[in-house]
Design a protein around this ligand. Structure first.
Ligand SMILES: Cc1cc2nc3c(=O)[nH]c(=O)nc-3n(C[C@H](O)[C@H](O)[C@H](O)COP(=O)(O)OP(=O)(O)OC[C@H]3O[C@@H](n4cnc5c(N)ncnc54)[C@H](O)[C@@H]3O)c2cc1C
Length: 429
């Protein structure tokens, strides 16, 4: 029996926050659309992250404009399940046409007629446009330097859930962005000996002079930065909403017993080698921290704001032994390390999107999400239009831009000439 082909104007692939935002804006424009989600709404917030994760930004900030977190203080940090519940409730608010449990397996441009043919785990769909909202962080990346020693338990941060899942023993966490540093902190609090491999990072104060760093990045225009500054492509950001929200200070973690090491370079014969740049990375992180305090002070003064001074924010913790004498080589067995957690980021996977919207390196080719293949859109990419693009508040604005673009394109295509155009005949001399 042949299955009926579903027709829609715009097909949105993925119902994370990006897909939900896209659906809201398309609905506002009256664009017929469908959202397909292979799992559940906001699945990555439910099952793709560790158990104790809370949002990195406070509830007043990490949300869409159309709904506040119910029953959560504005300055609290929403636990991950609450974030997923929030997006489900948000989608219900406007009856988003989301079909869950349906995976998109391929998208192909039609030949000789407009639109795309979309194959899914539940039949075929014909769409005039496709929005890829499958997330900025799709495929966990473990670098090729990972040791092949099978005795070590190695997982990516995407597979970390809680300390109890790891075998007894010390843990090396590679990568000290928001995921790595939070996981390392949780493991250390659970009584583990933890080694944290620290690369280049920014570490904004959690809050300064009674304003959260999300507020400071907003008023100082930093969320709106259009592109990564050259040379900062590999700089992570270390922030956390855990334990009510605390500034990440690597020196403090070291004083509490965590062993900091530089970026991990290689593994040979059970020995890990670290780059000699730990002090440089800590110093740059401090510079970034202090620069934000300075910018905040200047903003307060310029605008005459009455926000209390906070000189203690400039206190520098003493250096623990691992900072004074950085370890450059570590025998993993002697250090009792039985697990490595790779908090080393993610890649994207668009193999299902078989269209001409990628550059030679396989990266989406687009301007603010409008791709080089007419009718194909990307949403939720890091730095899609600005620094905030891959975050909750930012994706909502990018979705609005794409929906405006789609509505405009539809207007062009709906244009019909009212009466045959009569051109004036040329005047003969
Ligand atoms: C550990 C961690 C913590 C974070 N914390 C915060 C935070 O506190 N605040 C903040 O603003 N941002 C945070 N982010 C960044 C960002 O908000 C999240 O990554 C968010 O999940 C991105 O939403 P998205 O909708 O773009 O993508 P995703 O949440 O990844 O959603 C994409 C959806 O597409 C579906 N999908 C994929 N392929 C297909 C297919 N072929 N067919 C059908 N469906 C498909 C997936 O199942 C998924 O549900 C965090 C990110 C990480 C990794």
């Amino acid at each position: 029996m042949t299955q009926a082909i579903t027709q829609t104007d715009t097909l949105v692939v993925g119902a994370g926050q990006a897909g939900v935002a896209m659906s809201e804006h398309l609905s506002k424009h009256g664009v017929p659309h469908l959202v397909l989600e292979r799992s559940r709404i906001a699945e990555r917030w439910r099952s793709g992250r560790w158990d104790s994760l809370v949002a990195n930004g406070p509830a007043w900030h990490d949300r869409f404009p159309g709904l506040a977190f119910e029953g959560l203080a504005p300055d609290a940090f929403a636990p991950k399940e609450r974030v997923a519940d929030y997006f489900e409730a948000y989608a219900r608010q406007f009856n988003a046409p989301i079909r869950t449990g349906v995976e998109v397996t391929s998208v192909l441009r039609n030949v000789g007629r407009p639109g795309f043919t979309v194959h899914t785990s539940d039949g075929v769909i014909e769409a005039n446009r496709v929005v890829a909202a499958t997330g900025p962080f799709q495929t966990p990346v473990i670098p090729a330097i990972a040791p092949t020693d099978t005795a070590l338990h190695q997982i990516h941060s995407a597979d970390y859930r809680n300390p109890g899942q790891l075998p007894q023993g010390a843990v090396l966490v590679v990568g000290a962005g928001s995921s790595g540093v939070q996981i390392a902190d949780e493991l250390q609090r659970s009584g583990r000996q933890v080694y944290l491999s620290v690369g280049a990072h920014d570490r904004p104060p959690r809050a300064y002079r009674q304003r959260d760093f999300c507020w400071w990045l907003g008023v100082l225009g930093e969320w709106d930065q259009a592109a990564i500054k050259p040379g900062r492509e590999h700089v992570t950001i270390a922030v956390s909403g855990a334990h009510g929200g605390k500034t990440i200070d690597f020196r403090e973690l070291a004083l509490r017993g965590m062993t900091l090491v530089g970026p991990t370079e290689s593994f040979h014969g059970g020995v890990a080698t670290f780059q000699p740049t730990l002090l440089e990375n800590l110093a740059r992180g401090d510079e970034n921290y202090l620069a934000l305090l300075d910018a905040a002070d200047a903003y307060i003064e310029r605008n005459g704001l009455d926000l209390p001074v906070e000189p203690e924010a400039r206190r520098v913790f003493a250096d623990a032994e691992c900072v004074k004498q950085p370890i450059l080589q570590l025998d993993l067995a002697r250090a009792g390390i039985t697990s490595i957690i790779w908090a080393t980021g993610f890649a994207v996977d668009y193999r299902w999107l078989k269209v001409d919207a990628f550059d030679a390196a396989g990266k989406p080719q687009h301007q603010r999400g409008v791709s080089s293949e007419a009718g194909i859109y990307f949403l939720g990419l890091p730095w899609q239009s600005r620094r905030g693009s891959s975050f909750i508040w930012g994706v909502w604005h990018d979705a609005k831009y794409l929906a405006d673009h789609i509505a405009t394109q539809r207007q062009y295509l709906e244009y019909r000439v009212a009466a045959p155009l009569v051109r004036p005949s040329p005047v003969s001399a």
